[in-house]
Write a protein that binds this ligand. Sequence first.
Ligand code: LMR
Length: 348
Amino acid sequence: MKKWLLMSLMAVLVLALAACGGDKKEEASAPAADGDGGYTKEKPLVLKFSHVTSIDSVKGKAADAFAKLVDEKTEGKVKVEVYPSSQLYGDADELDALVSGNVHMIAPSVTKMVKIDPRWQYVDMPYLFENEEHVRKFFESDVAKTILESDQLAANDVKGLVFWGNGFKHFSNNKHPLVKPEDFKGLKFRAQAGKVLEEQFKALNAGSATISFGETYAALQQGTVDGQENTFNNFDTQKYQEVQKHFSVSEHGRLDYAIFVNKPFWDKIPADLLTAVEEALDEATTLALDLASEENEKSFENIKNSGIEVIELTTEQKEAIKAQLDPVYEEFGEVITEELINGIRDLK
Ligand code: LMR
């Protein structure tokens, strides 16, 4: 009888704990559960993935594909909620939202990680990458690991998982064609983040303003800035051809992404579900890399057909711009570190 009473009391206690502990799975201290942790299609584990580009962009398509793959592989037990177009958080606050756990996954253009680690501005170093093959080699390299698995990220409860590409950046503006370094003089450009891009425009005798992605179209339309730099696909999917007149294919820098997750959240995904989510991420990453090339090619055609002036710079013209950008290496070589810059160059 006593044993029965004790068991009943324990059952009541377990039920009471379960009732008030719906969020207990999210606590940093509790270890990840085995198996599927009791999640079901009806009561799934929700993973919030926030990003700033449109659903038809390289990143938008890859993020949606990831969500679909996770749904298939976990039989609906993990639900990836994708919030595109800065719907939930814009540039300025998506990283803060990740650190605080208000979202669980982001895929920012890596230069925006400057707040946590200035080395992420490697991506802006002028003409550092030679071609797509060079970029992909870097993504898979130990050099990339040093920054993706850094202590700086861990100290902020952030875990870097994998790189997704977008493409080379090109300049555009609405005043005149940009061909020679002198053509940039006196113009003002939108920049994503950080001091490296500020220095890049300074070296071209131009000004710059950090403007979030979501506000860039309006800034170009209203003349807050004259120009911008971005990939074919971001330019096209944001419809900058409506507010820019001259486009120079300059390939002067890169715009790439990495997937970052909130570490306490990630560490508590039950074992079986984690395996499935990781598999989905692997597949989505392969897809994202292919999409980056395909979508940028399509967008380049769209830009050429849009009626704005498109100038494909010659090797000599690019060399002249590159030489003008030397001060960026003088100013920021140390911040980005020789290890990273030379490590990337050695992968050519
Ligand atoms: C930008 O701000 O131009 C890009 O970072 C947007 C993006 O995420 O591709």
